[in-house]
Design a protein around this ligand. Structure first.
Ligand code: COA
Length: 264
């Protein structure tokens, strides 16, 4: 099924649902509406017995530039925000979850991959967690999952420097499953995903559950910790400066901020 014009397009074929972020003019930056649509699509996939596998993609050569920064500026984030409904559906999703990443995978564009079973990227894809640069902190249980996936040192490198890594590095670090050339990416990644979608569903279901279920409580605890810090930081002066700088297309200036007392 194709719905051109919608910010999220959902297509289902041969047991695979593709959830396609479709806001290429803003590098597929995710709005509240898009999180709600993606959560709905995941819920539909979970309850539709013909679907075995879901894959996220981005339109226009970008996976996603992460949360819409204007939304951060204009709307507060709380545990009730659509982004958390989306993250919750990722955590509890019972089917095989995958991603086909081209171009930028920024912020939640990378943290959502930690909830996926198979992640394929094209050679020019890159992965970035710029939370600290934005005066923010990790989300989507990445403070728990990223060190488990890539190790503490690499997780700290990504989360503290906020610098991007390329697809080959992400593959070496175990963040993604495989890298394909730009030319062969669509066909190759789709072929592999369809192969999995044709596999025995009960075996697939139990395998994802065996890998993920033991982590569920830890993930929920991490989400609660993260959302509290995230909400506080988003309302604070550091994020205000970072977001204002983004709007004004200038580098942020954090030189006047002092190291804060620890209230945790
Ligand atoms: N939120 C809102 N708008 C965004 C956005 C975001 N996360 N990412 C990109 N855009 C907008 C840009 O402001 C620009 O809008 P304009 O044409 O009206 O000026 C448009 O999308 C194209 O972005 P641009 O920066 O020109 O594309 P690029 O190819 O040079 O760079 C990125 C792509 C993704 C590397 C870059 O846009 C970027 O770093 N974006 C911010 C990512 C971010 O911090 N996300 C939040 C994570 S928590």
């Amino acid at each position: 099924m194709t719905q051109p014009g919608l910010p999220v397009i959902v297509r289902s074929d041969k047991g695979m649902m593709q959830i396609i972020m479709n806001r290429p003019e803003k590098k597929n930056a995710l709005t509240r509406e898009m999180y709600a649509l993606m959560a709905e699509a995941l819920e539909e996939a979970a309850s539709n017995e013909t679907i075995r596998l879901v894959s996220f993609k981005g339109m226009g050569g970008t996976f996603t530039s992460g949360n819409d920064l204007m939304d951060f500026l204009n709307q507060s984030i709380t545990a009730e925000s659509p982004v958390f409904r989306f993250i919750e559906t990722l955590v509890s999703f019972p089917k095989i979850l995958c991603a086909q990443v081209t171009g930028a995978a920024v912020g939640i564009g990378t943290t959502m991959l930690l909830h996926c079973d198979l992640v394929y990227a094209s050679e020019k894809a890159f992965f970035q967690l710029p939370f600290t640069k934005l005066g923010l902190c990790p989300e989507a249980a990445s403070s728990l999952l990223l060190p488990k996936v890539v190790g503490l040192t690499r997780a700290a490198t990504l989360l503290i420097s906020g610098d991007a890594i390329d697809a080959r590095t992400a593959e070496d670090w175990g963040l993604i499953s495989a890298v394909f050339s730009e030319e062969s990416f669509d066909a190759e990644s789709e072929k592999r995903l369809l192969k999995v979608a044709a596999m025995p569903p009960d075996a697939l279901r139990r395998t994802r559950a065996l890998l993920r279920k033991p982590l569920e409580k830890e993930m929920r605890d991490a989400l609660l910790r993260e959302v509290q810090h995230f909400e506080e930081l988003l309302k604070g002066p550091e994020a205000a400066e970072a977001l204002q700088a983004f709007v004004e297309k200038r580098p942020p200036d954090f030189s006047d901020f002092i190291w804060p007392p620890d209230h945790s």
